[in-house]
Design a protein around this ligand. Structure first.
Ligand SMILES: [Zn+2]
Length: 639
């Protein structure tokens, strides 16, 4: 006898055999019982939750010779033909592969024809995949459906179904099954099918299935075929451990071990993504009914060890890797690179990575180094070491004095040799042959990265002249002369090891370099904005007006990160409105921030100067000019 998968074998043939989805089952069954079945149903929900199963039961009961209380008898010829898939009353179409208008016309041309049973049921699966022509053809029929015809549209993405169709349909939403309900179902299937498997595999298949009955029973099928889960995959736990310990070697070893026992890199990545999400949910105090007991335990262990910043970045990096892996010739590489980037943040220079490293440093400082760190001493040392106008980056990274007490975290943040290419080459034992996809991605990263790090020398004021403004005196107390030309090469590519408090003069002197370190989109919004003061370590940034300030508020973190990158010290940043900034005629006493001093509002319109357009860095000059002329404006469409 041909082997039948557990999913097919235990596919419900009656409404009351359906697990979960009670609201949907009740709606359909009552409609049948009370003879008020709608002409159009839209069933939506994740894959494997029973959309087509319910549509088939509906077709069955509507054509059954002896329906009982809204349920099909399952014995008559009609019921049997629906079960076998040979019924002429049920027409199934996979819209994903038959999405052209001709397919739809072909189908609809037969709608008006009679049918052997009482009701002709059309089941269109993945209906969101229809072309718009096919949708229109369908819509025409839906406007005046013949009495004996019912359409059941199934989709995983209801928001992609055109509203004109959605609004005509009775929309029923199916959900994933909670873990405990699924476990009960699995136990029942194991018993009913007399499967010879241990009790410990229930939680395993429930976890793999993720709330989808089809996926869960497929997992059970696999376990049965393999004779149990002797190769219990512990890679996810190992990877979490490696992430918590920042141990790249352990991460790569865990991947190697999982590959050795036959796991697909994508499966490893997806499983890791799943546990990361669990830990994040638990650390945020959000409980999920999808979690099994074992998953809860695991998440409880790691939640205190991994910060939210680490978790969200890990989710992003692994998620991106999974997308890239679809096209990668060797998906292992993408997975390994992702894990190395996560466990060795120094190999990664994205803003998210920097922010995460800062959080990590803060944690370490808060946890262990309180005793050794003498903030006041550091402050004093830094103050004396820095002349008021000095650019802090000119100071050697490893300064003497109390600051060296804090160099522990620097062990895993060596100066990087170059752009992220280094990260690609770092997985041990792998020849450097980046896939096309990863090539494209690193290209993308390079372009996304703040220019200060992607091109070696951060544009010094000398290379990019400050916008010439009518009425201003170019040769006044301008900063450019105060900035040593050696700065570009002296800028460390990693976070400097020395930690010192931020000083007002230092920030002002370096303000334009700080701005340069931010993404261009953010940077342009800060034209005309200067640092007013530093109060108790908080950097106060002044905006010429309230509108400008509120529009920039969302970029406060970017400023903090840019300051931290520049000075190696994380300081809170506060945005304030300084009305006097607009009425000031010239730079006045705030000479330090001269290049970005607020131009009087009236003058902002006169700023456009043809010479600037040619001088603007790396193309896109016009757009940048526009955005800086209208602070807070956003580029809606690049074309
Ligand atoms: Zn029947």
């Amino acid at each position: 006898m041909e082997y039948q998968s557990l999913y097919r074998r235990y596919r419900p043939g009656r409404f009351d055999a359906v697990r979960g989805q009670q609201h949907v089952v009740r709606a359909l069954r009552n409609a049948v019982r009370e003879n008020r079945v709608a002409h159009l149903y839209l069933l939506s929900g994740p894959r494997g939750t029973g959309k087509t199963t319910l549509a088939r039961i509906l077709a069955k009961v509507l054509n059954c010779e002896n329906p009982v209380d809204g349920e099909p008898c399952g014995l008559c010829a009609s019921c049997k033909s629906v079960e076998k898939g040979t019924s002429f009353d049920l027409h199934e179409l996979d819209a994903a592969s038959n999405n052209r208008v001709d397919d739809m016309r072909d189908l609809l041309s037969k709608v008006a024809l009679g049918t052997p049973g009482r009701t002709k049921v059309y089941l269109l699966d993945e209906v969101h995949m229809l072309s718009s022509g096919a949708e229109n053809a369908l819509l025409k029929t839906l406007e005046e459906p013949p009495d004996h015809v019912i359409f059941v549209l199934a989709t995983t993405e209801p928001h992609k179904v055109v509203p004109t169709i959605r609004s005509r349909a009775q929309h029923l939403e199916l959900t994933l099954l909670p873990a405990d309900e699924m476990a009960e179902h699995v136990r029942w299937v194991i018993e009913d099918a007399s499967l010879d498997v241990g009790a410990d595999i229930v939680s395993h298949v429930v976890r793999v299935g993720g709330g989808s009955v089809r996926d869960t029973l497929s997992a059970l099928d696999q376990v049965v075929a393999a004779g149990g889960i002797s190769h219990h995959d512990t890679s996810s736990s190992e990877l979490l451990e490696a992430l918590a310990e920042r141990d790249a070697g352990r991460a790569v070893a865990a991947i190697a071990e999982a590959l050795r026992i036959g796991r697909d890199p994508r499966v490893i990545g997806e499983a890791f993504l799943g546990v990361l999400r669990n830990v994040l949910l638990v650390s945020l105090g959000a409980t999920s009914t999808q979690l099994t007991e074992a998953e809860h335990e695991q998440a409880d262990v790691f939640a205190p060890r991994l910060s939210a910043a680490t978790l969200t970045r890990a989710l992003e990096v692994v998620g991106t890797a999974l997308v890239d892996m679809r096209q990668a010739p060797d998906p292992r590489v993408d997975l390994e690179v992702a894990l190395v980037r996560l466990t060795k943040p120094a190999a990664d220079t994205t803003l998210a990575s920097l922010a995460e490293r800062i959080t990590h440093l803060e944690r370490q400082l808060a946890e262990g180094d309180r005793a050794t760190a003498a903030p006041t001493a550091v402050r004093a040392a830094a103050t004396t070491a820095l002349p008021a106008t000095a650019v802090p980056t000119a100071a050697p990274p490893a300064t003497a004095g109390p600051a060296t007490e804090l160099t522990a975290p620097a062990a895993d943040t060596p100066p990087r040799p170059g752009p992220s290419r280094g990260a690609r080459d770092s997985p041990p034992g792998r020849p450097g042959r980046p896939s096309p996809a990863s090539e494209a991605r690193s290209q993308l990263e390079r372009t996304n990265r703040p220019p200060a790090r992607s091109e070696a020398p951060p544009a010094s004021p000398a290379s990019i002249p400050p916008p010439a403004r009518p009425g201003s005196t170019p040769s006044s107390t301008a900063v450019p002369t105060a900035v040593p030309t050696a700065v570009p090469t002296a800028v460390p590519t990693a976070v400097p090891t020395a930690v010192r408090p931020l000083e007002l003069e230092a920030i002002r002197g370096d303000w334009d370099a700080v701005l340069e370190a931010m993404p261009r989109k953010v940077r342009v919004r800060f034209s005309g904005v200067g640092v007013r003061e530093v109060i108790d370590g908080t950097v106060v940034v002044a905006f010429p007006n309230e509108v400008h300030r509120s529009r920039c508020e969302e970029f406060r973190l970017d400023v903090e990160v840019a300051l931290a990158t520049r000075f190696g010290t994380r300081a809170p940043v506060r945005f304030v409105t300084d009305e006097t900034a607009t009425s000031r005629a010239d730079g006045g006493e705030r000479a330090g921030s001269a290049p970005y001093d607020a131009p009087p509002e009236a003058e902002a319109d006169d700023v456009i100067d043809l010479a600037e357009l040619t001088d603007a860095p790396r193309g896109g000059g016009i757009i940048e000019q526009l955005t800086s002329a209208f602070p807070g404006a956003e580029l809606v469409d690049g074309d």
